[in-house]
Design a protein around this ligand. Sequence first.
Ligand code: 1PX
Length: 211
Amino acid sequence: MAAAAAAGAFSLREVLEAFQRCVTEQREVLLEPYLSGWRGLIRFLQSLGTVFSFISKDAVAKVSLLEGHCGGRQGQQYVSLQSMVRHELAAGPAALRARSDSGCRTVLRLHRALRWLQLFLEGLRSGDSRTSVVCTDAYNASLAAYHPWVVRKAATVAFCALPSRDAFLEIMNVGPREEAVAMLGEAIPYIGDVYSITQELFAQHKLLDLP
Ligand SMILES: CCCCCCCCCCCCC/C=C/[C@@H](O)[C@H](COP(=O)(O)O)NC(=O)CCCCCCCCCCCCCCC
């Protein structure tokens, strides 16, 4: 374990803790820890092998776009999802809908994927040993509705390459299996919190179907 930590291996615990840091007392969702959580998830996905690279590439592109906004001239407008929505909507809803590089449409894609993550982690925690089934069910109940047939097909094929539940819990690097399961139990509500605040924010501003 110590050797793994020294070699720079990360634990999924830190990744999920980033989502815990996202929500402020005012119930705002901070973009910096949100992206940090995503970066960790992407590294985890990349460690699962090249079958998943078409997924990680898309996620990397979306995170990079948002990092560009955060580090750009308008960076102070991208501190939280709330300030981002306010800022991007200031130009009017039509202008926002016409943009393909907006923070809002990009966060919306990650937001939908966060629902997948929540469902997948719940399935993993519940004890079903067939990770590919858990993953497919989570996908069909979330992201699949927004993906064309060819993406759904590719995703479903890739899911077959997922490691078993035991292997999964191990590579999460959280410690013994029971501890990994306990950690999931702690982390899932935080992810759920980030998800529902974002969902409400986007619904309130009619942004849930941004093209
Ligand atoms: C562990 C298995 C990982 C499976 C990941 C499940 C999600 C499957 C998503 C398939 C996306 C395929 C790539 C293409 C996507 C885009 O078409 C599509 C639309 O974008 P556009 O409107 O800009 O065109 N993009 C998206 O929907 C965003 C997808 C973002 C996926 C991020 C997935 C990160 C997964 C992290 C896994 C970590 C697992 C940790 C569990 C212990």
